[in-house]
Design a binder for this molecule. Structure first.
Ligand code: GDD
Length: 409
């Protein structure tokens, strides 16, 4: 039996995701027309013998209630949201719900960060993990040397795939092989976390004796029940034949910013081409728009047959796209109205926004740059014939003049 756990974090995280995280918890932001967390959930649902999926976070329960019940029904697998009263760190959060997780007596626990985009090769990874015979297996990936410092960098034995060395976001370069935030553990992970908790307690007791040391560490100290998977478990346990690696050769990205959500939307849409082509718009027939490449259109959206859409466009519920409009590389959220002959390129258009006739909303398409795409928050009105380039517009603004490279607060 296998239990999957997805760490979804909480409202204090995800500030880089503003203004889009002002309306919806980041894990529920639509990517390729589905909530971000839907992609790891549906990958978990393909693991043989999976009995339960838990989401652990510190968002309010009501924010996840609707999604969790609808996805449980759809996949016919129980999906449950467990709320932490405060952040316990990635390993501490897992530990605080150990009783729930162990209820089904799982042989393995699949643990995933919710903000990564991957093909999640979980069944193959599970097979590899069983062969290695360790406590845990990490999904790893090669990235460019310049970008490696945003991740956990690691060294693995090329023969045995054992994790030999692990450093979380080091300042000086260690390796271009990085931790993807996707793990398989045996239940022994709970003893490993318990060991860390015990060490922390012992250290805290010692510090109480030595007040000088306490004074110096007090400002930096994390709460005693806060345990990070990377620094507190992976680093000290590397090179002890307990942890192994499984390298993905397929796509993998981290989703920390709106720009990356747009890029990942494209990656998932092209995965749909292989795995679920029925989700993609086909553009067949005289009464549909011209479709270029991979495009998702929600069944309730109304798209004019003379518009041209794609590649990498996802259009959410009840959006309307007018005659002659052109959409390329963008996410159009619920209830947006795009009027006749408007153009949207390299952009995310927030819920209930409207884009006037002959207007242009566009970015330059650099997913990593701060103003590389244009983002309109909720209910932004771009009036007719206005041009918005490389800008971020906060909710409820009306733009009646053109802007470029601006953050409109
Ligand atoms: N429930 C809960 N509680 N979730 C948490 C908490 C917590 O206290 N802290 C973090 N998370 C969730 C986040 O929402 C995210 O999905 C995941 O755990 C990891 O978040 P961070 O600990 O902030 O790390 P990171 O995303 O900067 O980096 C991690 O992931 C990278 C891959 O994307 C590290 O493991 C890196 O080594 C790794 O490369």
């Amino acid at each position: 039996r296998i239990v999957a756990v997805i760490m979804v974090g909480g409202p204090t995280k995800g500030t880089r995701f503003r203004p889009l995280s002002l309306n919806v918890p980041k894990p529920l932001f639509p990517i390729a027309g589905q909530p971000m967390v839907h992609h790891p959930i549906s990958a978990c649902s393909r693991i043989p013998n999976l009995v339960q999926i838990y989401l652990i976070g510190f968002y309010e329960v009501r924010e996840f209630a609707l999604y969790v019940s609808s996805i449980s029904n759809e996949l016919r697998i129980p999906v449950r949201y467990l709320r932490e009263d405060k952040p316990h760190g990635s390993a501490g959060g897992l530990y605080s719900f150990r009783d729930y997780i162990m209820e089904d007596s799982p042989s393995h626990i699949v643990l995933l960060n919710c903000d990564v985009c991957s093909s999640f090769p979980l069944p193959d990874m599970l097979e590899a993990h069983k062969k290695y015979g360790g406590m845990g297996t990490l999904l790893v990936n090669k990235v460019s040397a310049e970008s490696a410092n945003q991740f956990g960098e690691l060294v693995a034995d090329p023969e045995t795939n054992e994790l030999l060395h692990y450093t979380e976001k080091p300042e000086t370069f260690v390796s271009d092989l990085i931790n993807c935030g996707v793990y398989i553990f045996t239940p022994n992970i709970f003893s490993a976390i318990e060991d860390v908790l015990k060490q922390k307690k012992d250290r805290a007791n010692l510090q109480r004796v030595s007040s000088f040391e306490a004074l110096h560490s007090a400002t930096k100290a994390l709460p005693p029940d806060f345990v990070r998977l990377d620094q507190d478990i992976l680093s000290p346990r590397a090179g002890k034949k307990e942890l192994y690696t499984y390298q993905t050769l397929d796509f993998w990205e981290q989703i920390k910013t709106p720009g990356m959500s747009l890029r990942c939307s494209g990656l998932y849409l092209s995965q749909f081409r292989r795995t679920s082509p029925h989700l993609l718009a086909s553009g067949d027939g005289k009464r549909t728009a011209t479709i270029v490449g991979d495009v998702y259109i929600h069944p309730s959206a109304k798209v004019h047959p003379t518009s041209k859409i794609g590649p990498n466009v996802s259009i959410s519920a009840n959006a309307r796209v007018g005659a002659g409009a052109r959409l390329i590389n963008c996410i159009i959220l619920d209830d947006v109205e795009i009027m006749e002959n408007a153009v949207v390129i390299h952009s995310i258009v927030g819920w209930k926004s409207s884009i006037g006739k002959w207007s242009r909303v566009q970015g330059e398409g650099d997913h990593n740059a701060k103003l590389g795409i244009t983002i309109l928050g909720e209910a932004v009105d771009v009036e007719d014939e206005v041009v918005v380039v490389n800008s971020i517009v906060l909710p409820n603004k009306t733009l009646n003049v053109s802007v470029q490279e601006e953050i409109i607060l």
